[in-house]
Design a protein around this ligand. Sequence first.
Ligand SMILES: [Zn+2]
Length: 298
Amino acid sequence: MTEKTVCLVCGKTDFTNLFVAKDKLVSGENFVIRKCTACGFAFTADPPAENEIGQYYVSEDYISHSDKKRNLTEYFYHLARSFMLGRKRRLVTLATRRESGILLDIGSGTGYFASYMQNKGWTVSGIELNDLAREISVSRFGIKVFPPSEITRFEDQSADCITFWHVLEHLYDPEMWLKEVRRILKDDGRCIIALPNPDSADAHLFGAEWAALDVPRHLWHFSPPTLIRFIEANGFTCHEIKALPLDVFYISVLSYKNHHYMLPLLRGMVTGAYLSAGNLLRKNRSSSLIYVLSKQLS
Ligand SMILES: [Zn+2]
C-alpha cells in the first residue's frame, strides 16, 4: 500500500477520512476514501502500489474489456456503449470543429472508440496498458496501439484531439500524462476528459456503495472544482463541461447489483430515471462529466 501524504490538487497535507469503500469487483478488500481539508479533493488513500494493481483488474466482470452479453446488466451496458460511440464522435467533432484529423485515445481498451473514429475518417492511435486489450485492438480493428511507456514516440504538436474516456482516474501519475498531452496536442487542439462525478446525485445517494468509486482501480475522485483547479495548474483551460446522461442508469444498476439488492436492474432504472429528471437543470449533478480542455498559450 502507498499512503498519500500530499494533495495532488493543492499540495496541502491535511486530510480527513470520508468513508471506507469495498472493492466489489475483484478483491473484496476495503479502501479508505480521504478528502483534502483545504481544497476538498477526494482520493483513494491507500491503493496498491503501481506494480501490484494489475491483479485488481483481473476479473470476469471487468466488462469494459469484455464482449460477452451474459446477462441483462451487461446487455444494457453494451447497448449503451453503441449509443455512446456516436455521442463521443459528436463531442470530438464539436470540440475540435473538425470532421477528421489526428486523434490519440489514451486508455483505448479493446479499441471500439478508436476503430469507430477511424471508420469515420480520423487517423487514430491508442495507448493501452493491458496486453490482451492491445492485441485485440490490433487483430480485430487494425488500430495502432502502444503501451504507456511509448507515449514518448508521439511527436510534439501532432494531435488534433486527445481523449481520456474514464481513464485519468486510473493513472498513478496524472501530472506526467497532462504534461505529455500538452506536448503532443496542437495549439488549437482539444483534450477531452470523461470522469465519474463524486458531486453527482447518485454519488450522494449511494455514498460508500457508489459503484463509480471502483476502488482501488480509481485512485482519484475529481469533482468539477478540483478537476478544473488541477488542469489549470498543469497548463490547460476548461472550455466546457458536458453531462453523460446515460451513466446514471448504469452506475445505479451496478451499485444495487454489487451490494446484493433485490431486482437491481429494475431498481437501477427507476433510480436512474428519478435522478436524471432531477439533474435536467443541474448538469454538475450528473453521474459522469466530460471536460473539454485546451492548452494555455503563453
Ligand atoms: Zn487539496
